[in-house]
Design a protein around this ligand. Structure first.
Ligand SMILES: Nc1ncnc2c1ncn2[C@@H]1O[C@H](COP(=O)(O)OP(=O)(O)OP(=O)(O)O)[C@@H](O)[C@H]1O
Length: 206
């Protein structure tokens, strides 16, 4: 069957550094592409290069806008990278959100089984799984066009994983594009319209 042509929102061309690439990848609005691969294969390198968090060569565009014409912070509001171990820079959860995003945050928390009370709790006291879900709330609250997710359900049980996947699907229906790094082939099949295996710093169709 001929796949209908869908215009790419995110275009990655010959993106590389010493640890991976050159990568070529297109991601359409509303699409999820999954990336599988062994530990150390270069999956996080790919995400960090796209997010402009590591230095590399090559080209990345979003809706035709060249990444190099945006400042890093501007780019990372539209193309949000969520690390496997997200960083927290203040004791209380609420300090990690912009006041203008708080209504959105309070709408998202229950969708991931999180209580609003969590916002007043010391981050260090939250469980690993609670912090992982809160990281997704933080990523989505920004309202990105593209979400680069590094193992976003690694610490979650089946029910929380299902909640995360349902929320992502709902956002994808609204146009969000997701590049999902996962160690689960089942999750890649559930979520990804396409999947790749990362092998020694190169992408291969799975
Ligand atoms: N700045 C750096 N300096 C030195 N080595 C690096 C750097 N960045 C990446 N690497 C190396 O590149 C390789 C790929 O790393 P990467 O974090 O992308 O792996 P991964 O596929 O995400 O693995 P995992 O599944 O364990 O998270 C690793 O060997 C890593 O040590």
């Amino acid at each position: 069957m001929i796949r209908p042509y869908i215009a790419a929102m995110l275009r990655v061309r010959q993106l590389a550094n010493d640890f991976g690439g050159p990568f070529d990848l297109d991601l359409a609005r509303g699409e999820c592409v999954a990336v599988l691969g062994a530990s150390g294969a270069g999956k996080s390198v790919l995400l960090r290069l796209i997010a402009d968090m590591d230095v590399g060569t090559g080209e990345v565009t979003l809706d035709g806008l060249d990444r190099d014409r945006s400042s890093g912070p501007q780019w990372r509001r539209r193309v949000v990278y969520q690390a496997a171990e997200p960083a927290w820079w203040a004791a209380d959860a609420a300090a990690h959100f912009r006041p203008g995003d708080l209504a959105q945050v309070h709408a998202l928390l229950p969708r991931l089984g999180l209580s609003p009370d969590l916002m007043a709790v010391d981050i260090a006291r939250l469980s690993t799984g609670e912090r992982q879900r809160l990281a997704l709330v933080r990523s989505l609250a920004v309202g990105p066009d593209v979400l680069l997710l590094d193992e976003p359900t690694a610490s979650l049980d089946a029910a929380s994983t299902a909640a995360v996947e349902a929320l992502l699907r709902a956002r994808m229906a609204g146009g969000l594009a997701v590049l999902l790094v996962t160690h689960s082939r089942e999750q890649a099949a559930r979520m990804g319209q396409r999947a790749f295996d990362m092998i020694d710093g190169a992408l291969h169709p799975a």
